[in-house]
Design a protein. Sequence first.
Length: 73
Amino acid sequence: MRGFHCVDPSHGRIDFTGADDEELFGNIRAHTAEAHPDLTDSQVRDMMAGADWWRSLATSGVNSGSSPSAYDK
């Protein structure tokens, strides 16, 4: 089981789970398509992987508190 959470001032914390990375990606992408349409598939996958750019973005400015990476449940 894989998990991820999205924390945004517009909606608060939302938790996502999936049996594997592909199911988790699909669940996250369904949310981002509506709530964060500017995010690309690559950016979502980078967030899941905990890419360095996302770590710095997630800890500064309006994105402070956003999830830095996917986590195992």
